[in-house]
Design a protein around this ligand. Structure first.
Ligand code: 2P0
Length: 332
């Protein structure tokens, strides 16, 4: 099954070539997984081995605006700077756009503004692809449901399927080969006192991309066989923790889930280790603080930085111990 087959299933040969309005505009938030997406059952369609559950950072994300452009190529501006046509970002974006214009009959002027601290290890591709499909939906008047947009965003990047909503979002793994049952959905629960703190311990290029690292875990880690069982359990516990607002349960499950994901990477060959000495030092600091009675947990993605989980009541104490933290309120 190819990406173009999924486009057929969604548009039934009726892909509009004329825009419905002059400009398409959409914002999509980035998201942080409390139960991670790690490993694919189909790497063409970005179908995951397991479900995952995330929380959106409501004000951090990508704002994309689109206009038709008749110069025979797409022009992409990222945070005010026009990107060279041969950059990896432009190639990945135009390849994605080609799915919606098999005959290359139209081109776009794309303006993307991201306020995501990419250097702190927050994924930009999730918000980027989610805002791009939403802006295309707006420009061409596709009138697709959020579920269909989630499926389309996934074709760009797996975690983008979760970036169509704010709040808690669960992405279902599905079982179908065409992935039409593999989309995300917003959960009803809200948690006004819940906060995330972003602490940057290191910046710079990742040694291995998350796409490659997850494939290596699937292919070579003997611990990977335990991962789907771990996820199945954690998803049940997380849903319950959200429902009854049990913060220790939520934080502990998210932290343990992240550590299990990293265990599959360290046990891969060649090994993938995103931990730096500063990462480990910070983990110990979190564990020491927790032993002293402060309710603080962390999660870690495919990079060396930790994201802290805590409650608003402890904000001042967290700030005392991590003066460099960027605090993010998750619900208004
Ligand atoms: C997540 N990550 O659930 C996990 C945890 C990184 C660590 O989703 O290959 O950029 O484009 O589907 O979505 C990063 O993976 O990978 C990711 P592709 P993606 O947030």
């Amino acid at each position: 099954m190819k990406k173009s087959d999924v486009i057929q299933l969604i548009f039934h040969n009726k892909l509009p070539v004329e825009p419905a309005r002059e400009k398409g505009l959409a914002f999509a938030p980035t998201n942080i997984a409390l139960c991670k997406y790690w490993g694919k059952r189909d790497s063409e369609l970005n179908l995951p081995m397991t479900g995952s559950l995330s929380i959106a950072l409501p004000d951090k994300g990508a704002l994309t605006s689109l206009m038709l452009h008749d110069n025979g190529c797409d022009v992409i501006t990222l945070n005010g700077k026009e990107l060279p046509g041969d950059s990896a970002f432009v190639l990945r974006t135009t390849q994605f756009l080609d799915l919606f214009r098999p005959e290359r009959k139209w081109f776009l002027k794309i303006d993307i503004n991201m306020n995501i601290p990419v250097a702190a290890g927050l994924a930009s591709s999730a918000a980027g692809f989610a805002s791009l499909v939403s802006a295309l939906n707006d420009l061409f008047g596709w009138k697709l449901s959020r579920r269909e947009l989630s499926i389309l965003a996934r074709l760009g990047s797996g975690s983008a399927s979760r970036s169509l909503w704010t709040g808690f979002v669960e992405w279902h793994a599905g079982v179908q080969a065409d992935g039409m049952d593999c989309y995300a959905e917003q959960l009803k629960d809200e948690w006004p006192g819940l906060m995330i703190g972003i602490v940057s311990v290191a910046e710079g290029e990742k040694p291995v991309s998350s796409r490659e690292a997850m494939q290596r875990s699937v292919d070579t880690s003997t611990l990977y066989t335990a991962w789907p069982r771990k996820v199945a359990r954690d998803l049940v516990i997380l849903r319950q923790a959200l429902h009854v607002k049990n913060f220790s349960l939520l934080g502990g499950t998210a932290e343990s889930n992240a550590l299990n994901m990293h265990a599959t990477m360290i046990s891969s060959w060649p090994p993938v280790c995103y931990f730096l000495p500063e990462t480990i030092a910070m983990m110990h600091k979190v564990w020491d603080l927790r032993r002293s009675g402060l309710e603080i947990y962390f999660t870690q993605d495919a990079g060396p930085n930790l994201k802290l989980l805590f409650l608003e009541n402890d904000k001042d104490k967290i700030f005392e111990h991590f003066p460099q933290v960027e605090m993010i309120q998750l619900f208004e």
